[in-house]
Design a binder for this molecule. Structure first.
Ligand SMILES: Cc1ncc(COP(=O)(O)O)c(C=O)c1O
Length: 370
């Protein structure tokens, strides 16, 4: 069985956000949960722990070692496990680093459209927006913002969510040069990196005085099993609240480590299926909604689709209310993106086809530009 061939009636037995947030007749392709079963390597390790009642606190640097080994194997990037601190998850890790390296009122750069918690973690910091241009980093805009707004931190999303952009080594080197020139701490969220494969460049491969926050959670669908890593200089990690490491769950550590160590073949298969799903989604859109142009993204299993040719007022809401299919609304990622939807393609062809059929039905019912 293919990884993403879990039947819809089985998926509907789940009670996570994806399957319980909206009405039962709504087909959910929103939040970044995958419609797959656990990678066998992860399941095996969790079952072994359950069998012997091994349900206590984490102690050993298993996750740090697994990530370092994975990074050397996948990206040729050598990082010392001792340079990584265990954290609850990526968002709280990012928040804790930001609190540690900035002061209330400091300016912090983000690149909209952006995964919504990037704004949330800035809470009492001042957000400086440098929008993506044609789905890539705007390096000139970035320099201008660093020069004029004098931020102390930059929250980089690498690969970028929602566009799926994989930043090139050249782009990241330019970011690193600017960060050094303007004395900005880059905090790079690399949670989507394992699935992006060899094309991803770890930010710490081009810079030293920066932080990566990462986890196996997105690539292996492990959000329920909380844990993550903050990687970077001891001087920065030493500023984290002393209790920060206590947030990760031991089952998170077991699952994420098993994924990175024993789940590599599973991930390669998942990445191949996702590439196929993107092509299938493009084909379905071409047949049923040829007004939309969709170019598959490089990283992530997310599609960022501009629906403005359909002439709908608020496409994401209308797809939900009329078509009974739910995507993330573009406005969650940037005010200017209200005509976009983010579609989660970590699912079966059957669900993708049904989702596009529901989009097309919405467009024809509301009779916009369709
Ligand atoms: C870019 C990005 N960062 C962080 C997260 C959430 O990570 P965690 O559950 O480890 O906080 C997501 C989830 O979709 C994400 O896309």
């Amino acid at each position: 069985m293919a990884i993403f061939d879990v039947p819809l009636d089985e998926l509907r037995r789940r009670s996570s956000i994806k399957w319980r947030r909206f009405e039962p007749d709504v087909l959910p392709l929103f939040v970044a949960e995958m419609d797959c079963m656990l990678a066998p390597a992860v399941r095996e390790k969790l079952e072994q722990a359950l069998a012997i009642g091994d349900t206590g606190y984490p102690e050993l640097p298993t996750y740090q070692e697994a990530l370092a080994d994975y990074a050397a194997w996948q990206w040729g990037w050598n990082t010392d496990p001792a340079d990584a601190t265990l954290v609850t998850d990526v968002v709280t890790g990012m928040r804790d680093v930001l609190v540690a390296v900035t002061e209330p009122g400091d300016a912090v750069v983000i690149n909209p459209p952006i995964y919504p918690p990037f704004r949330g973690v800035c809470h009492d910091r001042r957000i400086v927006e440098v929008a993506m241009v044609d789905d890539r980093l705007d390096l000139e805009g970035l320099e201008e913002a660093l020069r004029t707004e004098q931020p102390t931190a930059y929250l980089l999303c690498s690969p970028h969510n929602p566009t799926g952009t994989i930043h090139t080594r050249e782009e990241l080197e330019r970011v690193a040069a600017l960060a050094e020139k303007y004395n900005v701490t880059v905090i790079s969220d690399e949670i989507h990196a394992p699935l992006a494969g060899a094309r991803h460049v770890p930010y710490l491969d081009v810079a030293e005085d920066a932080v990566i926050v990462t986890s196996a959670s997105k690539s292996f669908n492990l959000a329920a099993l909380k844990s993550g890593l903050v990687i970077g200089p001891a001087a920065i990690r030493a500023k984290l609240r002393p209790m920060v490491s206590d947030g990760a769950s031991y089952f998170g550590v077991i699952a994420h480590s098993a994924a990175l160590t024993g789940g590599r073949e599973w991930l390669a298969e998942a990445a191949e299926e996702i590439a196929g799903n993107k092509a299938y989604f493009a084909q379905q859109l071409g047949e049923r909604l040829p007004q939309l142009s969709y170019a598959p993204s490089e990283g992530t299993y997310l599609a960022w689709v501009d629906c403005s040719p359909l002439g709908l007022e608020n496409p994401g809401r209308e797809f939900h209310q009329v078509g009974r299919v739910r995507f993330n609304l573009g406005s969650e990622f940037a005010q200017e993106s209200a005509q976009f939807v983010r579609v989660n393609l970590a699912t079966s062809h059957e669900i993708i086809a049904e989702a596009v059929a529901r989009m097309a039905a919405t467009a024809s019912t509301l009779g916009g530009g369709a």
